[in-house]
Design a protein around this ligand. Structure first.
Ligand SMILES: C[S@@+](CC[C@H](N)C(=O)[O-])C[C@H]1O[C@@H](n2cnc3c(N)ncnc32)[C@H](O)[C@@H]1O
Length: 264
């Protein structure tokens, strides 16, 4: 018989964080069928919809914001492959910025992890991700979805796991974190070299501080300042930075950062 630890005097429904139910699609979730329906500022992404989701026509839904940040399917598949090849002792992957599901779906379909946990703070975007996972045939229960702030989740996982629903408690030693944060901030699309200390709403140091106790991968703009990333390498260790290209152009880079053994 197993015993669940909860907050004193509270029931199982009162865990600090628990898996999300299947959320309903909202008015913000769209499946655009023709260019004339699409707001002008996302028409360029709509034109690339089959590179982004090859099964787009099967009912993929997006919020208007999600178009700007979704990882195109071929890149998501390659990242899923590379993350596992980097270290096959890891059995769980946490996608801390799930968005419309581009990476989470690829992680689930790769069938390499025993657990995929996907966290998204915006309910409409999470509903799109859940819908899109089912479009791709990802069975219910393969991905554990979490509706909430992933910084709070990771902090609880590392420091107060007993406050989490048992389904969200995983061993940090056998877990990798994948983070594709928003890339806001001055200059991401215009600067020759993007200063990651100005990335908004989370800069490089904030991301590193949140995940440093686990091996983690950061999905960042292709022009990111590599010198800033290099400073995160643990003493006497290398870290790998991979540029991911599609149709002859780099779309993003991923920095694979080992856990800090010192915890510093
Ligand atoms: C660049 S998008 C991720 C795209 C995703 N990789 C995909 O392929 O669809 C970033 C997402 O992170 C979400 N987000 C931002 N801050 C968050 C937080 N603190 N916790 C969880 N999700 C967050 C945003 O709502 C947005 O959907």
């Amino acid at each position: 018989m197993s015993t669940l630890r909860q907050f004193p005097g509270q029931g199982p429904e009162d865990f600090f964080m628990k898996p999300a139910e299947q959320l309903p699609l909202t008015d913000e979730c769209h499946h655009y069928e023709s260019k004339k329906e699409v707001p002008w500022d996302i028409q360029k992404y709509f034109a690339q919809r089959y590179s982004i989701f090859s099964l787009y026509d099967d009912g993929v839904c997006m919020t208007d914001d999600a178009w700007f940040g979704v990882t195109p399917e071929p890149i998501a598949n390659q990242v899923a492959y590379d993350m596992f090849s980097n270290d096959d002792s890891k059995t769980t992957i946490i996608d801390v910025f799930a968005g419309a599901g581009g990476n989470s779906i690829a992680f689930a379909l790769a069938e390499r992890w025993q657990r995929v946990i996907s966290v998204e703070k915006d309910a409409s975007t999470l509903a799109c991700a859940q819908n899109n996972a089912s479009v791709y045939g990802v069975g219910t229960g393969i991905i554990t979805w979490v509706h909430g702030d992933s910084f709070e989740y990771i902090d609880a996982l590392v420091n107060r796991p007993e406050t989490l629903h048992p389904d969200l408690r995983v061993d940090p030693e056998s877990t990798m974190v994948f983070a594709s944060p928003p890339w806001g901030g001055p200059g991401y699309s215009t600067d020759e070299v993007f200063d990651l200390s100005t990335m908004q709403p989370y800069n490089l140091q904030q991301l590193y501080d949140a995940y440093k106790k686990m091996d983690h991968a950061l999905f960042l703009p292709r022009t990111s300042d590599i010198r800033q990333i290099a400073k995160l390498a643990p003493a006497d260790e290398k870290l790998e930075v991979v540029q991911y290209c599609m149709e002859g152009a780099s779309k993003a880079l991923v920095a694979y950062i080992p856990a800090s053994k010192a915890g510093s």
